[in-house]
Design a protein around this ligand. Sequence first.
Ligand SMILES: Cc1cc2nc3c(=O)[nH]c(=O)nc-3n(C[C@H](O)[C@H](O)[C@H](O)COP(=O)(O)OP(=O)(O)OC[C@H]3O[C@@H](n4cnc5c(N)ncnc54)[C@H](O)[C@@H]3O)c2cc1C
Length: 462
Amino acid sequence: MTIDTHPLDTVLAAARAFLGDRLSTNASIREQHSKGEDANPPVLPDAVAFVETTEEVSRLLALCNAHGVPVTPFGAGTSLEGHVVPVRRGISLDLSRMTAILEVNPEDMDCLVEPGVTRHQLNDHLRDQGLFFPVDPGSHCTLGGMAATRASGTNAVRYGTMREAVMGLEVVLADGRVIQTGGRTRKAANGYDLTRLFVGSEGTLGVVTKIRLRLQGIPEATTAAVCQFDSLAAAVETVIMTMQAGIPVARIELADADQMRASIAYSRLPYEPLPTLFLEFHGSPGSVREQAGAVEALASEMGGKGFAWAEDAETRNRLWKARHDAWWAANALWPGCRGITTDVCVPISKLAEAIVSAKEAAVAAEQNTCIVGHVGDGNFHCVILFPADDPEGLEKAWALDRRIVAQGLALGGTCSGEHGIGLGKREFLEQEHGPEVLAVMRGLKASLDPRGILNPGKLFLN
Ligand SMILES: Cc1cc2nc3c(=O)[nH]c(=O)nc-3n(C[C@H](O)[C@H](O)[C@H](O)COP(=O)(O)OP(=O)(O)OC[C@H]3O[C@@H](n4cnc5c(N)ncnc54)[C@H](O)[C@@H]3O)c2cc1C
């Protein structure tokens, strides 16, 4: 008589043979892998696998595929739309121990890294070589997670997002096959662009085990500035005029008065609680002066209250750390509150309308919000605050989130400029793209992951 073993038990027994105690069913480790930084309900995976090599990923995926066990890739778990919640349980595949920087090629300005490397680790490694990696989300996330979410940050207006930064990938497919996509040349017209397909695929098409990244030279001169305004509309109009004038700002970030109140308290910023632009200019000393002068003139036309310059590296670092800490500052605005965030991105000409109408919707819903944004790209986050552990408050916050997204879509925008779809924005994917495009996306998913084991339940509603 044969004993019918549960597929999960078969996979765990076989995986333990090559992962040993790096395959964990410990309750607190499973709990750490049950959610990201969002407010979606957590789900415990059955086990967590801490992989260290491509071969281990390949063997594990082949096993899970053969037995139909779900696998949810996990980088640092900082994503904001329920991406890492293992809604169908199975295995959470933790790639954070794959931290080798395998190559840096200064002459060609590229590098090859494993997916668990963080952007901070990469930049520390690059500093002595006059190079830097510009994509800078405000979290301690991994480059694998950033590739998988097509992340960006404050530098995207000048240097692009992960879409531009990733030159090639090593990907393990659902059945365990390992493929290399892209290459090291600056251009290539050599068939389907699979790199771009995997970038932003949120762990639903394959597991990224190596990433080739484009690097940038550290600019000769860098200057930062802060400019405050009496109205949100004036600050946003300054951004629009700056972009339309073609001034190559490296960073142009907005915080509304509520976000400034939060950041002044949290990061001890020496400014007023007024709508504020944070700017940075990169280039030669002359071009930096010229760019800054041009933006200062536009800002004063809009009633901006002069520029507070931050020229030394220490002041600049403090300023950008405060900007990167904006989410934590908003979440600390009053004891016991927490936030969810929108991620609408609109064509630049519609930015003022989108931001002002988001704030009006929040006021009408009697909801506390902080707005912060990578406004040079038309992308802003409305952090909607509610009392933590209040399910009704969370529902109300999500209702406002949906309203702001609908307003963004009506202006020709997208529901997500950088955070991705995950669980939270699935309802908008079809609205944005239409049923034919969704059918093509589902076809790609079915062809690369026919058993649907990779991060199931994400991107598509069912
Ligand atoms: C305070 C704060 C600020 C943030 N600021 C920004 C910002 O400015 N810009 C921005 O874009 N985002 C931002 N985010 C969101 C988040 O940091 C990004 O989405 C980031 O790219 C997620 O990386 P991670 O390593 O945490 O990935 P995870 O959260 O672990 O995973 C994210 C997704 O990628 C998949 N995944 C992870 N690793 C791999 C891999 N190796 N192969 C295949 N799939 C994989 C997962 O399955 C999941 O679907 C912020 C988040 C926080 C909390």
